[in-house]
Design a protein around this ligand. Sequence first.
Ligand code: UGA
Length: 440
Amino acid sequence: MEALKIAMIGGGYVGLVSGACFSAFDTEVAVVEADPARLAALREGRIPIYEPGLTELVAEGVAKGSLSFGDDLKAAVQGADAVFIAVGTPTRRGDGHADLTYVYAAVEQVARCLNGYAVVVTKSTVPVGTGRRIAAIIEHVAPGLDVDVASNPEFLREGSAIADFMQPDRVVVGCATSRARDVLGRLYAPLITRAEQMIYTGVETAELIKYAANSFLAMKVTFINEMADLSEKLGANVMEVAHAIGLDARIGPRFLQPGPGFGGSCFPKDTLALVRIAQEAGAPSRLIEAVVAVNDARKASMSARVIAACGGSVRGATIAVLGLTFKPDTDDMRDSPSVPVVARLVEDGAHVRVHDPQGMDQARPLLPPDVTYCDSIEGALGGADALVVVTEWKAFRNLTPEAIRAAMAGNVVVDLRNIFDPAAMVAAGLRYYGIGTTPR
Ligand code: UGA
């Protein structure tokens, strides 16, 4: 059978990862990127985001001719079996809705350029009802055009995007015709090892599945964060609570790691969007409303833990902050809990020295100007009165309590990710404060 051809509109995170992954299976992928600087970088093999394995996968696709980057939308979509809309959907200012300006603009352009049957697929997370609206836009711009509209939400995580894409728990395709189903079924066939992995639904259902999945996971994280706070009050250990409840197959062990609150480009945006969608549909989600509020308050309150651990004031203290990104193995700083932590410590008069393996460039515009950026862990830690771990990078886990103690001038360690063994830290002479474990 002839190789499939797809156009990927948007060379951002999702477009790049999914485009590169599809190209690995000999699908012909044309990525359309409108930003000239980004396009130039992509054409030179420079990947503007940090994602393990992505640079190599893109290079392989380009070398064998199955992956290309350009700005000619018409050339990319004509003859394509499927056109993926993978442009950004930021949170709209003011009302918490996803901003679909870029999605609709891309759809209009696609409708003007298509000259034969194609499936127009949304891969960006879009509010329920967007597929229907897209179909209406296409009908308006190019009446009678032979297209199907489908929703194919993406579930990959930053930092493990390629493995998540290549070995999906499930692939969700929302569409109304068998023709669209056949195209997307063929496209994903190389990734599917069990028939149950492929789920076909209506368009609205697929759109809702994406929000439901992210909101549920955000709720799970928020739940364990509340149990962590409760554990501290009651003298219990949340790590043991999480382990024990996670062994119940109905609960499951993943996404039960307590921390400083969830961040990133997805959970904060998608929980907020679901809240708005549910309110407008007349079926408000009290649960997710609470998740949003609890998580916002949590992120804002993390600095208070540091200040309390430092004896009530950080004025004049040197504080090492390890980890800035919202999670490890990414350079993404969006909604990272590190931002309010660092801002408050600086505001309260601390000298803050930060280190992050990948996120320092992205962090600069978001953090106060008088933060010291250190190229190494040792550089940040040396002579510090207190250490705060905000992100659980592997390199930080490898630090021994003795090395931490020897490098620091003071002995306060606030571990917002519970990466260290509390007993070993205390034995090394450190005053250790984890999350959901009683301070010693
Ligand atoms: C999330 C989902 O996990 C993906 O399935 C989804 O495709 C993606 O959003 C998206 O919609 O694009 P991602 O934002 O990359 O992926 O990151 P996660 O690994 O889910 O972490 C989200 C946040 O929750 C991070 O701040 C992380 O530190 C926090 N988290 C996660 C915890 O605090 N504890 C946990 O146990 C798990």
